[in-house]
Design a binder for this molecule. Structure first.
Ligand SMILES: *Cc1c(COP(=O)(O)O)cnc(C)c1O
Length: 462
């Protein structure tokens, strides 16, 4: 199994190498050279299996010789042991033919735990083998950071630095990053937006001398291991609803395009996914791009679904690579144009994208209204990101095809938004009830790569 860069100018890697590398040295993203197919019978055989077994059967097709079957099974078991629901990713029903895939039962209450817990385990196995020391630097709009810290806190051989946009994450999100006491955890509040955090992170990776000196490793959603872990729940959900004997549609609240891209991988393997619907908030660059073919970067407008407040959607590059027939030269050109503010997707590529992806957006008012409406109709309290998905999913329902909306976070992560929509303040689960009383530890940093480099060198526990 080989992984190649979307920009075609970095070495092809094995799975474990791609996992530890994150961003390719040519600035591209690693993608499997070929997606392995899964037969109808093999899909049918996944029905009623424990989540961990489904994960093993899907993930092992992508890992080549990087991990032995025993290592992989052990990693998967340890990754999901801390989840507070035995089904790991349970489905609940929202309305006739419309289901919610609950992805918030992990330790930090958002779907990021599915990927981060697994890659934390895989990193640990790989590092124990080589005795290598690494420095993980991640950028977060809120949920990735806490999930990464939770997965890597206290591990020997690893420092974890997380950049989040100062003042632009919820209190619960911030405290999940600033309250861990382990010395290898470093929360950094950057003066800027999430896109600035992502851009500085890319700057760090593109300084190859610095990258080698500190053993920089990336766990952002551009890391192929993250995408791969998320492929699993598309299978578990679709099979519960009748795949491979019927089609299933999915709607995914989307920011960096990692989660929905995982759905497209499941589809490419052979899972009968009908449409994958991209749901955006008012920061709707992806919806506009899929509607008009124009990918134009604007200003981020902070919303009540902050984990999707983004203009540059990193993983979209992977979808473009496929839509352009794996033409790395074309991707390099688009990414060059992006530096000038945007690009036009070719007609052929746009048609390819539209065969897989639908799209829609929800305004702030529509998001609020959907939180209230779901509560009226089902008694269930949902988070704002989930509300964005449900609003858009309702516009894309097809007769006879079940729709699954991904519920990406627990409502208690966004209590202010939920309270203003509903008048109900969702409580944190008991295991984190004291979060708001724990002491915080954070460093505020300017939006400058040199400052960041010195800080990383100075704070590393190595
Ligand atoms: C990260 C996140 C998203 C967006 O997922 P992408 O993979 O970046 O598209 C949506 N909802 C929540 C709660 C998130 O944390």
């Amino acid at each position: 199994m080989q992984y190649v860069s979307t920009r075609g100018q970095a070495d092809a890697l094995t799975f474990d190498q791609a996992l530890m590398t994150g961003l390719a040295r040519d600035g591209g993203l690693y993608v499997p050279a070929e997606v392995p197919a899964i037969g109808r019978d093999e899909i049918a055989a996944l029905e009623s299996l424990p989540y961990e077994e489904v994960a093993f059967r899907i993930v092992s097709r992508f890992t080549g010789d990087s991990f032995s079957p025993d290592e992989l099974r052990g990693a998967i078991d340890r990754a999901y042991r801390g989840f507070r629901h035995v089904a790991r990713a349970p489905l609940t029903q929202l309305a006739p033919g419309h289901h919610l895939l609950e992805l918030f039962h992990g330790p930090t209450l958002a779907f990021k735990d599915f990927a981060m817990q697994l890659i934390g385990q895989l990193f640990q196995i790989a590092l124990e083998r080589t005795g290598q020391r690494i420095t993980i630097v991640g950028a977060t709009s809120g949920d990735t950071g806490s999930a990464a810290i939770e997965a890597f806190r206290g591990l020997p051989n690893v420092d974890v630095f997380i950049l989040y946009p100062h003042g632009r994450v919820s209190d619960v999100q911030r405290r999940q990053m600033t309250t861990p006491t382990e010395a290898n955890v470093h929360a950094l509040a950057l003066d800027g937006h999430f896109d600035d955090c992502q851009a500085r992170l890319k700057d760090l990776f593109n300084d190859h001398a610095f990258r080698d000196r500190v053993g920089l490793a990336g766990v952002n959603s551009i890391n192929w291991g993250r995408v791969l872990a998320q492929v699993v729940y598309y299978f578990s959900a679709a099979v519960s609803l009748g795949a491979p004997h019927r089609q299933v549609d999915f709607t995914v609240p989307t920011g960096n395009f990692g989660d929905i891209f995982a759905g497209s991988v499941a589809r490419a393997m052979g899972l009968p996914v009908g449409q994958l619907v991209v749901a955006t908030n008012q920061n709707d660059i992806l919806h506009r791009a899929l509607t008009t073919g124009e990918y134009r970067v604007g200003e981020v407008a902070p919303s009540i679904s902050p984990s999707m407040d983004i203009q540059v959607s990193s993983n979209f590059e992977r979808a473009l690579w496929l839509a352009y027939g794996k033409d790395a030269g074309a991707i390099r050109q688009l990414m060059d144009e992006l530096k000038g503010g945007g690009f036009t997707i070719s007609q052929g590529a746009l048609q390819q994208l539209r065969e897989i992806y639908g799209s829609g957006r929800a305004s702030e008012a529509e998001t609020n209204e959907m939180i209230a409406q779901v509560h009226r109709e089902t008694g269930q309290v949902i988070c704002p990101h989930t509300a964005v998905a449900i609003k858009v999913a309702r516009e894309h329902r097809r007769d006879g095809v079940p729709m699954v909306s991904l519920s990406t976070a627990h409502p208690a992560k966004f209590p202010d938004a939920v309270e203003s929509a509903l008048g109900i303040r969702p409580a944190l689960p008991p295991h984190m009830a004291d979060l708001l009383n724990r002491a915080e530890r954070v460093t505020q940093v300017e939006n400058d790569v040199e400052t960041l480099k010195s800080l990383v060198l100075e704070r590393r526990t190595a």
